[in-house]
Ligand binder design. Structure first.
Ligand SMILES: [Fe+2]
Length: 462
């Protein structure tokens, strides 16, 4: 979302991003080169044995698979040792994957898929790094696979967005440790996982791939985050600040390298260009992650049937997926709120400027009699619970985990009949959701960064 200068201390010094982009063609051509060396992001000369630099991250876990991210301190190869017995994994006497290269062209990051897993099972794993010497095995991490689609067990998960904005919000981010104490099945990281376009300790606005990498590494030094990610799988979405403020894919020259860096630093089960996807968690929950960025039509176009935020393909996929889902609860994850009316002129970069399309989606749900869906959003840097009684759903805003909280909210666009039930300004926060199979309810909490609930609603299932 748009950040105003007073809310972003130390915001980009020197030439603006636009000034850069309208500069020489040679400069633009250099943007797309993998391995371009930026001053702030140059790979450090390796000293000592090959090692992990930023912990591990497990992502997009299903009932039978997982994706593991790691980064080495230099060139070499990485493989996973994994299994259900931590002692055997620790001793290196367990199953192992093939090895994958740690290449400078990917900033020595690697993603290793695990397949053939058992549902609802806790797996332990360690990354084993190889270079010329003896293999070095990293610490043990773990995750639990999703229950099978017909398994009626309760599901607790957390969500939130927005960390590391400008010089005023460096790590640590204690909310991640608060989440860990809840032992969630997964954490939905709903965008603005970096602020690529603001000045942080590693430099100004990113315009080269190494500069994007540096923003990810900066946030990933956080011990709270590393602890969470070593035990809880992530489902990661992006928003504008993974590329540039308020960008829309088709007219943003930096989009391809921002997207590349996002895929290199987050473990997604889709790629290399796709971000939207769905993930099932037992009988109770299916999560639909929406990409509201890379396919969006120009904001300035008049709203109507020819204007799309999601792009026709993603919109059709969403309607098909939600209307056919057999999960009790359909959880729609989008970084952009649905009705928060920040600005009409100039138009703002989320659903308020694309209400025709949102209406199509909601009408399709109503026609198909879809029950039990909620929207989880972030981005605006306040917490909010909004009910849409005429449409039979809720929207919850869980933000910011570690960016500037806002002091003033905005009105709601009346188009879909939103009713504000709760608002929390001026505070870092996140959300948690419990789908209870026996009670057939969805309990949603907004929590301060210490984990204390500041608002709770129990939504009865239909
Ligand atoms: Fe943000």
């Amino acid at each position: 979302m748009t950040t105003t200068p007073d809310e972003t201390p130390g915001r980009q010094a020197g030439p603006s991003r636009r000034a850069f982009l309208t500069g020489s063609g040679a400069a633009l051509g250099a943007l797309a080169l993998p391995g371009t060396t930026g001053v702030a992001a140059a790979a450090p000369a390796r000293t000592g044995p090959l090692r992990l630099t930023h912990g591990v991250v497990t992502g997009d876990v299903t009932a039978t698979s997982a994706q593991v991210w790691a980064r080495g301190s230099g060139p070499g190869r990485a493989q996973l040792v994994y299994g259900t017995d931590p002692n055997r994994v620790r001793a290196g006497r367990s199953r192992h994957t093939g090895s994958a290269p740690l290449d400078e062209a990917r900033d020595f990051t690697v993603q290793v898929p695990l397949t053939g897993l058992e549902p609802a099972t806790r797996y332990h794993y360690a990354v084993r790094l190889h270079d010329k010497g003896e293999p070095v095995q990293g610490p043990i991490a773990s995750f639990t696979t999703a229950p099978a689609d017909d398994d009626p067990r309760d599901v607790l998960f957390t969500w939130g967005g927005d960390i590391g904005q400008g010089l005023g919000n460096p790590p640590p981010f204690p909310a991640f440790s608060s989440m860990l104490t809840q032992d969630p099945a997964f954490f939905i990281f709903n965008g603005d996982t970096i602020y690529a376009d603001s000045t942080t300790a590693v430099g100004g606005a990113a315009t080269t791939l190494p500069q994007y990498w540096a923003k990810y590494k900066e946030n990933r030094t956080d011990g709270h985050f590393q602890s969470l990610a070593s035990r809880v799988p992530l489902i990661v979405n992006w928003d504008d600040h993974e590329v540039a403020n308020d960008f829309r894919g088709p007219d943003e020259p930096l989009m391809p390298i921002g997207r590349q860096a996002f895929h290199e630093y987050w473990p997604l089960s889709v790629g290399p260009e796709q971000i939207y996807r769905s993930l099932r968690w037992g009988r109770e929950v299916e999560v639909f992650v929406l990409d509201g960025r890379q396919y969006a039509d120009p904001l300035e176009a008049p709203d109507g049937p020819d204007k799309s935020l999601l792009g026709r393909e993603q919109r059709d996929w969403l309607i098909r997926g939600v209307t056919r889902s057999t999960a009790t609860w359909k959880v729609l994850v989008t970084s952009s709120p649905l009705s928060i009316l920040r600005s009409v002129n100039p138009p703002q970069d989320d659903y308020v400027s694309y209400e025709h399309e949102l209406g199509l989606i909601l009408d399709a749900f109503r026609t198909a009699q879809v029950a039990n869906f909620v929207w989880l959003t972030a981005d605006v840097h306040w917490g909010q619970a909004i009910e849409y009684p005429e449409r039979g759903f809720w929207e919850f805003v869980g933000s910011p985990i570690g960016a500037n909280p806002r002091k003033v909210s905005r009105p709601l666009s009346p188009t879909f009949g939103p009713q504000e039930r709760f608002l929390q300004l001026n505070q870092r926060l996140y959300g948690s959701v419990l789908a209870s199979a026996a009670a057939r309810t969805l309990t949603v909490d907004l929590r301060d960064e210490g984990g204390t609930s500041i608002y709770q609603v129990v939504i009865p299932g239909r």
